[in-house]
Design a binder for this molecule. Structure first.
Ligand SMILES: Nc1ncnc2c1ncn2[C@@H]1O[C@H](COP(=O)(O)OP(=O)(O)OP(=O)(O)O)[C@@H](O)[C@H]1O
Ligand SMILES: [Mg+2]
Length: 256
């Protein structure tokens, strides 16, 4: 496997919602393995639209999304195959609070089985695999604790363990640290970056915290009004670009 190979590429992809709102202007970019890409931009800039386009949750109204191995994501079978190879986590980690952490992680494995199989208990190999994922995020000792007894940062780490259990090649996260204090947020992003390197995954994460993008991103894609206005290393995030993204007031605010 080429550790930096592109997993997915967008070719002049545009999204217009049925309401007529433009979510994404025609955009071409590719996401490669072994790279943590951070999406930045003000509210409404198109970060979630771009993330959702990457795993087919939003269908482009123009252009083409191509998976390097599977080809164009036009038909349902290709889209399904792509979704099985990608994992997404959200701001609210969408865990089942009254289930323990291990059961939530096992949910990540259900996609690997036909529907009828999910009615039977999961095989022991799957439990071991899920426990290994919890161990990777530092929560093995909490495996049998109900998720609603864990802190926000711990719950987000269970969400990451569940995503890892899918063994994805593409990891997508929409504001994964938005509801966490800066310390917990940093731990989650540091973990994501480490895992991205270990597994040579492509990871795309949207953030509102510019300082965290500077600290953790390998690549920053900045959006404004549905358009990519910057695509490069985090040290290109200068005052001119930040003012363009967030307005003058953002420059006067202290960093988090
Ligand atoms: N389901 C939808 N139907 C109609 N318009 C939508 C939908 N989702 C997003 N939009 C619009 O598309 C544009 C981009 O929205 P998007 O959610 O991608 O922005 P964002 O950068 O993720 O913002 P935020 O930081 O607030 O999450 C906005 O104008 C938004 O109102
Ligand atoms: Mg969003």
């Amino acid at each position: 496997m080429n550790r930096d190979a592109a997993v997915l590429s967008l070719h002049e992809v545009a999204v217009r919602y049925p309401s007529g709102t433009v979510g994404l202007e025609p955009t071409s970019l590719s996401v490669g393995r072994n790279c943590l890409t951070v999406l930045l931009g003000a509210s409404g800039a198109g970060k979630s639209t771009l993330l959702r386009t990457l795993n087919g949750l939003v269908r482009p109204t123009a252009g083409e999304v191509r998976h390097t191995d599977l080809g164009a994501l036009h038909d349902r079978a290709t889209l399904r195959a792509h979704r099985r190879r990608s994992a997404m986590i959200f701001q609210q980690h969408q865990l089942i609070g009254r289930w323990h952490a291990l059961a939530n992680v096992l949910v990540g494995r259900l996609g690997a089985y036909p529907g009828w199989r999910t009615l039977l208990p999961m095989p022991e190999t799957e439990r071991r695999r899920a426990l290994a994922c919890l161990e990777r995020v530092g929560l093995l000792d909490r495996a049998l604790d109900r998720c609603d007894t864990l802190s926000g940062g711990q719950q987000q780490r269970v969400g990451i363990a569940r995503a890892l259990a899918q063994d994805p090649e593409l990891f997508l996260a929409d504001e994964p640290v938005a509801s966490l204090d800066p310390g917990s947020g940093r731990r989650v992003l540091a973990l994501l970056r480490e895992i991205c390197r270990e597994r040579a995954m492509a990871a795309v994460v949207s953030l509102h915290q510019v300082e965290m993008a500077r600290e953790f991103a390998d690549r920053v894609v900045a959006l404004s009004a549905g358009r990519v206005v910057y695509d490069g290393p985090p040290d290109g995030l200068d005052d001119t670009l930040l003012e363009r993204l967030y307005g003058r007031a953002a420059l006067d605010e202290p960093a988090d």
